[in-house]
Design a protein around this ligand. Structure first.
Ligand SMILES: [Zn+2]
Ligand SMILES: [Zn+2]
Length: 389
C-alpha cells in the first residue's frame, strides 16, 4: 500500500484539505475555513502544526492596510509541527520529525550562513513576501473556490498544515513540551538571542531595556541568563513593572514621570555615566536616540530590535558618534543561527536555566484565535499558545 510516510514516490503526494484561520481583510476577525495545502516542491517540507503562538508581528500585519500587506493571507509564524511529507532533495528531515519553523532562513551553505559572524542568509534573504521563498509568485495555499491564499513570513502557521522551505525548519527533540518549544520559533529567541548573541552581555553588567512587551521581557531573561547584575526596565505603563520583576528586572523607570529630564539623563545618573548595554524593543527611532545617549562611552552597545514605520530614520550627532566610541547594532531574530542556536536554547530550557513557562500566560483552542488576538491587543497576555485539534 502506498502512503506518504515512505520517502519513496514523491509524485504521489496529494493536496491536503484542512482548517485554517484566514485573514481576508485588514483588521477584521480571521475566518476559520477549509483550505487546500499543496504538496511540497523540491527543498520544501509540509508539516502538521501541533500548536502556534501569537506574536506581535501577526497583529501588525493583520492591521496593516498598505503594502507589504496583502490579503487573503494566512498569518502566524511562531509554532511547532511534525513533518508530514518532504519534497525532492530534502535530506535534512524525514517524515515524523518534530520541527520548529523560523521566519529567518539558515541555508547553511552561503557565505553568510557559513560565517559565525552573521545570521543573515543571502541565498534566501529575509523579506516580507507573500510567496514561498525559493520560488517567485508561488503559493501552496488555495481556498475552496480555487483562489490563491498568500503566505506570511515564510511560515503561515495559522493552519493545520503548512509548507516551508527546508532552510526555514529546525529539527528538535520531540520530548520537549510543544507549548514551550514553540516560543523559540520567534519571540523568545529574538529577545534572548539579542542579549546572548548580538550584544554578548557579560557577567556583572548593567542593562537597560526600553519597552517591556514580550520581546523586552525576553531580553531581560537573556540578560539574566548572561549574569547581568542590573537590569533596568523603561516603560510608560506601570503595570509592566510588576510583570518585569518575574523576568529579572531589578529597577524601573517610568518615562512618563521623569519630570523635566530626558530618560537618558535619568539612566546616565542612575548608572554613573551610562549602561553597558541598551536595548530598544519598542520600534521608535527617537527611543533609539535615547538608548544610544545612555549607553556608556567607550564600550556601550545599543541594540535595536523594534520595527519602526517604513522609511523612518535615526538621527545621531556626528561629533557624539566620533567622540564617544559607542556601538549601534540591529538584531534580527536575536542574531541567532536557527539550526545551531535554537537546539542550544532548548537544552538550557531542559536544564532549567532558561525559563520559558513564565512567558505562557494563556493556552486556547485554535478555533478561539480571534479571542487570543483580542487578549494581545488589550495587552493582557505575554504569550497565548493555540492548540490544533
Ligand atoms: Zn514574531
Ligand atoms: Zn544562507
Amino acid at each position: 500500500m502506498e502512503n506518504n510516510k515512505s520517502s519513496g514516490d514523491k509524485s504521489s503526494l496529494k493536496p491536503i484539505r484542512c482548517k485554517a484561520a484566514v485573514c481576508r481583510k485588514a483588521g477584521e476577525p480571521l475566518v476559520m475555513e477549509e483550505i487546500l495545502v499543496a504538496p511540497p516542491q523540491p527543498h520544501e517540507v509540509r508539516i502538521r502544526i501541533i500548536c502556534t503562538a501569537l506574536c506581535h508581528s501577526d497583529i501588525t500585519f493583520w492591521k496593516l492596510q498598505v503594502p507589504p500587506a496583502c490579503f487573503p493571507r494566512i498569518l502566524g509564524h511562531e509554532a511547532i509541527g511534525v513533518v508530514e511529507s518532504v519534497g525532492e532533495s530534502v535530506t535534512e528531515v524525514v517524515v515524523g520529525d518534530t520541527v520548529l519553523p523560523t521566519f529567518m532562513a539558515d541555508c547553511g551553505d552561503c557565505v553568510d550562513c557559513k560565517s559565525p559572524k552573521s545570521n543573515l542568509c543571502s541565498r534566501l534573504p529575509f523579506k516580507v513576501s507573500p510567496w514561498m521563498p525559493r520560488y517567485e509568485n508561488s503559493s501552496r495555499f488555495t481556498d475552496l473556490n480555487g483562489n490563491t491564499l498568500f503566505h506570511f513570513l515564510n511560515v503561515s502557521s495559522f493552519s493545520e498544515y503548512t509548507v516551508l522551505d527546508v532552510a526555514h525548519v529546525v529539527k528538535i527533540d520531540s520530548s520537549i513540551p510543544p507549548s514551550r518549544a514553540c516560543l523559540l520559533s520567534c519571540g523568545v529567541s529574538t529577545g534572548v538571542g539579542a542579549a546572548w548573541k548580538t550584544a554578548q552581555v557579560e557577567q556583572g553588567s548593567t542593562v537597560v531595556i526600553f519597552g517591556l512587551g514580550s520581546i523586552g521581557l525576553a531580553v531581560a531573561e537573556g540578560a539574566r541568563l548572561c549574569g547581568a547584575s542590573r537590569i533596568i526596565g523603561v516603560d510608560i505603563n506601570p503595570t509592566k513593572f510588576e510583570v518585569g520583576q518575574k523576568f529579572g528586572i531589578t529597577e524601573f523607570v517610568n518615562s512618563m514621570t521623569c519630570e523635566n529630564k530626558r530618560v537618558s539623563e535619568v539612566i546616565n545618573e542612575m548608572t554613573g555615566g551610562g549602561a553597558d548595554y541598551c536595548f530598544e524593543c519598542v520600534g521608535s527611532s527617537s527611543l533609539v536616540q535615547e538608548a544610544y545617549a545612555c549607553c556608556r562611552k567607550g564600550w556601550g552597545k545599543t541594540i535595536t530590535l523594534g520595527v519602526d514605520k517604513p522609511g523612518s530614520e535615526i538621527c545621531l550627532n556626528s561629533s557624539d558618534v566620533l567622540h564617544n566610541g559607542k556601538t549601534l547594532m540591529g538584531s534580527l531574530f536575536g542574531g541567532l543561527k536557527a539550526k545551531s542556536h535554537i537546539p542550544l536554547l532548548l537544552k538550557r530550557y531542559m536544564s532549567k536555566e532558561l525559563e520559558l513557562d513564565k512567558f505562557v500566560t494563556h493556552e486556547m483552542k485554535f478555533e478561539d484565535i480571534n479571542d487570543a488576538f483580542q487578549l494581545l491587543l488589550d495587552g493582557r497576555c505575554i504569550r497565548c499558545v493555540l492548540w490544533m485539534g
